[in-house]
Write a protein that binds this ligand. Structure first.
Ligand code: HEM
Length: 239
């Protein structure tokens, strides 16, 4: 029997999960305050991160350990492309840029891909199991807060090729637990997953400035008695 990597990851990243949920951007998001300009920046960052991650998955398709996590039904790159073209328009490729936190995240994935591919498993876990877990809640919040229609702008949350997310998550956990790795390697994967959570928090922190500005404008407008866009049922925007 292999080590119980799935349980180790779940237990070993619990604190990081709570910290991520408590970053200003995520806490505001969960309360329904989603600022479109910040949100589309996050989608841009995620696009760079998933592109790097999925490139690494393809590259290590035949790797004895990493290759077991070749699940194209999880791939998010093309759904993020659809969302970017919704938020930025057809010229989105020229509109988005890689932020400092996204650059650090992508650099880490690329370095691991070259030097220590087994550690990529921590990155797949952190993003994909998270997406499969909180996705529906986040999608509903995004749709409501930004007044999105017809599922536009939320392709990222839809896993069309995964009929039952719970079943799939259990299969993924089983794959993790079947890995022929020792305890020390498993612990290194947990440590890397905590670093991946930190990298995600850095993406969120980068967006706080925009969000605070937008909330400040809303507050200002309400203090001086102007009707805010949000009060009219419009998404708020810092622009
Ligand atoms: C926006 C706030 C968030 C909410 C509401 C949320 C919600 C959830 C929920 C409901 C679960 C399922 C727990 C279970 O299976 O019992 C979960 C698991 C998970 N979340 Fe989150 N989450 C959030 C943020 C994040 C972030 C920012 C990340 C990392 C980027 C993340 C990564 C994960 C992972 C890896 C799991 C799987 C845990 C495991 O079973 O091993 N989550 N989340």
């Amino acid at each position: 029997m292999g080590v119980q990597l799935a349980q180790m990851l779940r237990e070993g990243t619990k604190k990081s999960h709570t910290m991520a949920e408590n970053t200003g951007f995520v806490a505001c998001f969960l309360k329904g305050t989603v600022e479109k300009n910040s949100y589309r920046k996050l989608v841009s960052s995620l696009y760079f991160v998933y592109s790097a991650m999925e490139e690494a998955i393809e590259e290590h398709r035949n790797h004895s350990l990493v290759g077991k996590f070749y699940y194209p039904q999880l791939f998010r790159k093309s759904s993020l492309e659809r969302d970017l073209s919704y938020y930025f328009g057809p010229n989105w490729r020229n509109e988005i840029e890689m932020s400092p936190a996204a650059t650090a995240y992508v650099d880490r994935i690329r370095r691991l891909s070259q030097q220590n591919p087994t550690m990529l498993i921590a990155h797949f876990y952190t993003r994909y199991l998270g997406d499969l877990s909180g996705g529906q809640i986040l999608k509903n919040i995004a749709v409501k807060a930004m007044g999105l229609n017809d599922g536009q702008g939320v392709a990222f949350y839809a896993f069309d090729a995964i009929p039952d997310e719970k079943v799939f998550k259990n299969e993924y956990r089983e794959t993790m637990n079947q890995l022929p790795i020792d305890q020390a390697t498993a612990q290194a994967i947990v440590d890397e997953a905590n670093d991946a959570f930190r990298k995600n928090m850095d993406l969120f922190k980068e967006l706080e400035g925009n969000l605070i500005l937008a909330i400040g404008k809303l507050l200002f407008n309400s203090l001086v008695g102007r009707q805010s866009k949000a009060a009219q049922g419009q998404p708020i925007s810092a622009e």
